[in-house]
Design a protein around this ligand. Structure first.
Ligand code: GDP
Length: 298
C-alpha cells in the first residue's frame, strides 16, 4: 500500500534538494506535484484541496527553521499534514465503566468484518480482556458459521442463534447475546452485523436497530482500504445511517493506492482506530497516525 504515493512524493521532494531558499514558484511547483500524487492515490478531492492549501500556506509562511533546509522543511510540513488528515492522536478503545464494553461492527459485505471480529477478539484477549462474539449477521447463510470458525481460531466464545430457532431477528440475537455475556462475565462483547454488497436502506435500518438495542460503547465502521473514491460515499452513508465512533481500515496489505485510508478521517470526522493488514488473525494493529505518515514518507 502507498508505494506509488511514496515514490511520487519522493520525486516531488527531489526537485527541492540543493535549493537555498524556496521561491513562490518552487512552492507552487512542489504543491502541484503533491496534489497530483494525492489525486492519483485516490484521495478524495476536498481532502486534497485542503491538504495542498495548508502545505502552501505553511511553506510560504515565516516558519523558517534554521535547522532544516528547504527540502527538509517541505517534507516536515507534508509529514505534519499527513498526520493531521490521518487523525493526529492515536485513538484507543473507550471501555465501559461498567463492563461489558459493547463494540458493534458495521460495514459493507466483504469489507472484512467477520475476519476483524476474530482479530479484535484475539487482540483483546492479549490485553487481558475476556471477549465474546455475537453473530448478528443473519443475512448471509454462511456468516454465522464463519464467525464460529474465527471465534474458534481466536479461542473465544461465540453467541449465535440455534439453527432454525429464532434465526431472522438480529436485534433479538444482539440483546440475548449481551444478556448472556453479562451472565457469563465476559467484559467485552463484539457484535457482528450484516453487510450488503451495496448500501441499502434495510441494512442501515437493521444496523441502527441493533445499535439502539445494545447501546454500544464503540461502533466501528469497517472499510476496505482498496475501494478508492467510493470510500467517501460509503463512509457518508454509514455515518448518516448508523453513525460510528471509529474506523477500521482493512486490506492495508494490498497494493491499491490507499486513498480511502487518507480520506476517511477527514470525510467523516471519526478516528481510524485499527488497521488490518492480512488474512491471518494476527495481521492487525492499533492505528497510529504518526507512524502511518512516517511509513508513507519513509
Ligand atoms: P465481511 O463480509 O465484512 O465479514 O468480510 P470477511 O471478513 O468475510 O472478509 C472478506 C475477505 O477479505 C475474506 O476473504 C478475508 O480473508 C479477506 N480479508 C479480510 N481482511 C483482510 C486484510 O486485512 N487483508 C487481506 N489481504 N484480506 C483480508
Amino acid at each position: 500500500m502507498f508505494d506509488t504515493l511514496q515514490d511520487r512524493l519522493q520525486s516531488a521532494f527531489k526537485n527541492l534538494r540543493g535549493k537555498g531558499r524556496l521561491s513562490e514558484a518552487d512552492i507552487d511547483a512542489v504543491a502541484r506535484e503533491i496534489r497530483v500524487a494525492l489525486l492519483d492515490a485516490d484521495v478524495a478531492v476536498p481532502v486534497v484541496r485542503e491538504f495542498i492549501a495548508n502545505v502552501k500556506e505553511r511553506a510560504s509562511g515565516a516558519e523558517v527553521s534554521q535547522a532544516l533546509n528547504p527540502a527538509q522543511q517541505v517534507i516536515k510540513i507534508v509529514n505534519d499534514e499527513l498526520v493531521t488528515i490521518l487523525g493526529g492522536e492515536t485513538r484507543r478503545i473507550r471501555y465501559a465503566k461498567n463492563p461489558p464494553t459493547v463494540i458493534m461492527l458495521a460495514g459493507l459485505q466483504g469489507a472484512g468484518k467477520t475476519t476483524l471480529a476474530g482479530k479484535l477478539s484475539l487482540w483483546l484477549k492479549e490485553q487481558g480482556k475476556s471477549p465474546m462474539l455475537v453473530a448478528c449477521d443473519l443475512q448471509r447463510p454462511n456468516a454465522v458459521t464463519q464467525l464460529q470458525v474465527v471465534g474458534e481460531q481466536a479461542g473465544v466464545t461465540v453467541f449465535a442463534p440455534e439453527p432454525g430457532n429464532g434465526v431472522g431477528d438480529p436485534v433479538q440475537v444482539a440483546t440475548a447475546g449481551l444478556a448472556e455475556a453479562r451472565r457469563t462475565l465476559h467484559d467485552v462483547v463484539i457484535v457482528d452485523t450484516a453487510g450488503r454488497l451495496g448500501i441499502d436502506a434495510e441494512l442501515m435500518q437493521q444496523a441502527a436497530d441493533i445499535r439502539a438495542a445494545v447501546d454500544p460503547d464503540e461502533v466501528l465502521f469497517v472499510i476496505d482500504a482498496m475501494i478508492g473514491q467510493d470510500a467517501v460515499v460509503t463512509a457518508q452513508a454509514f455515518l448518516e445511517g448508523v453513525d460510528f465512533t471509529g474506523v477500521v481500515l482493512t486490506k492495508l496489505d494490498g497494493d491499491a493506492r490507499g486513498g480511502a485510508a487518507l480520506s476517511v478521517r477527514s470525510i467523516t470526522g471519526r478516528p481510524i482506530m485499527f488497521a488490518s493488514t492480512g488474512e491471518k488473525l494476527t495481521d492487525f494493529e492499533t492505528f497510529h497516525p504518526d507512524r502511518m505518515a512516517g511509513r508513507i514518507l519513509d
